[in-house]
Design a binder for this molecule. Structure first.
Ligand code: AMP
Ligand code: MG
Length: 303
């Protein structure tokens, strides 16, 4: 893949699917390989595995680069569509334990997108104002507008993850949130937003070595937070909370995808591919203009 940088971009002009041609891509799509279906167990998902991709690190990096241009064209089509009467948008939700590589996804995948068409939001612990509203208030305000790709770096799922693990609200409150989330997402989908939810799945050992590296390198120390060790002690409770999220909120309207993320190059390729496959399925079309193109050409030529 990627001998001619333009190849993939051109192909999207006329065909829906360009991904099956690469030899390193397995016949199964990333969407099919990573989707969380009933009975999925996080504890049985190998964080080092590379589903739907048979190549190595070098091939993965090359594939990531080769497909960079494709997202841009889809974005432009989606945006163009919204200028006429399109209501559609895409929302990418990214969750994962500390050091799972969310930042790398933002730099290497979201960074390939046209910033004009992206609505990016990083969710931190809620402010006093946000806490005065229902938990979905700040989420609703961050949803993408028609034609945009919304990106959530953490999300409303923190309200059933960190909040559940630390008892930040009573159990009676957080346990109602799964159904509230499903309802909220179903409404967003109905309004035209395709929702892709990604969990970056790393092992506990991998987290330990990434945190160790942060402490050892002067250029990484700023990313370390002494609280990360305290959170790490709660690893089993977080895994349980993630399993509950996957059990209860992977719906037909808004499914979850678990991306094995011990290998950063794979996680980036997988998230890029999930976004691309989703855009391919949405198949946005260049908008039809409401003027007579031939007449305009003639008028312009006469000037
Ligand atoms: P970071 O992504 O490393 O900048 O950290 C953001 C922090 O905000 C994490 O520790 C999250 O757990 C925390 N956070 C995000 N959303 C919420 C929330 N709804 N309630 C409590 N903490 C949150
Ligand atoms: Mg952190």
């Amino acid at each position: 893949m990627g001998k001619k940088p333009n190849k993939a971009k051109k192909a999207t002009k006329n065909s829906k699917s360009t991904s099956a041609k690469a030899t390193t891509l397995a016949p199964i799509s990333f969407t099919d390989a990573l989707r969380v279906n009933e009975g999925f167990l996080l504890s049985e998902c190998d964080p080092r595995s590379t589903p739907a991709f048979a190549g190595d690190k070098a091939a993965g990096a090359k594939a990531l680069e080769a497909r960079a241009g494709e997202i841009g064209e889809f974005q432009e089509r989606l945006y163009g569509e919204s200028k006429v009467d399109g209501q559609r948008s895409l929302l990418l939700v990214v969750q994962g334990m500390d050091t799972s590589g969310k930042g790398g996804i933002m730099r290497h995948v979201v960074g390939q997108m046209d910033p004009q068409g992206v609505k990016y939001t990083a969710f931190k612990a809620p402010s006093a104002e946000e806490r005065a509203h229902p938990f979905l208030w700040r989420i609703r305000n961050a949803l993408p507008h028609p034609g945009q790709i919304g990106v959530f770096d953490r999300s409303h799922y923190e309200d059933v993850l960190v909040v559940r693990v630390h008892d930040l609200v009573p159990k009676a409150t957080w346990s109602r949130r799964y159904a509230q989330i499903n309802d909220f997402e179903a409404k967003a989908v109905e309004a035209g937003t395709t929702v892709v939810k990604v969990m970056l799945h790393i092992s506990s050992d991998e987290q330990k070595s990434r945190l160790t590296r942060r402490l050892e390198r002067i250029d990484k120390q700023w990313k370390y937070n002494p609280g990360d060790v305290d959170e790490r002690l709660l690893w089993p409770m977080y895994q349980e909370a993630y399993q509950a999220v996957l059990d209860r909120t992977s719906t037909d309207a808004a499914p979850w995808y678990v991306v094995p993320a011990n290998r950063k190059w794979y996680a980036r390729l997988a998230v890029q591919s999930l976004v691309l496959e989703c855009l391919e399925a949405m198949d946005p079309q260049w908008p039809k203009v409401d003027y007579d193109v031939e007449a305009e050409k003639a008028r312009l030529a006469a000037t």
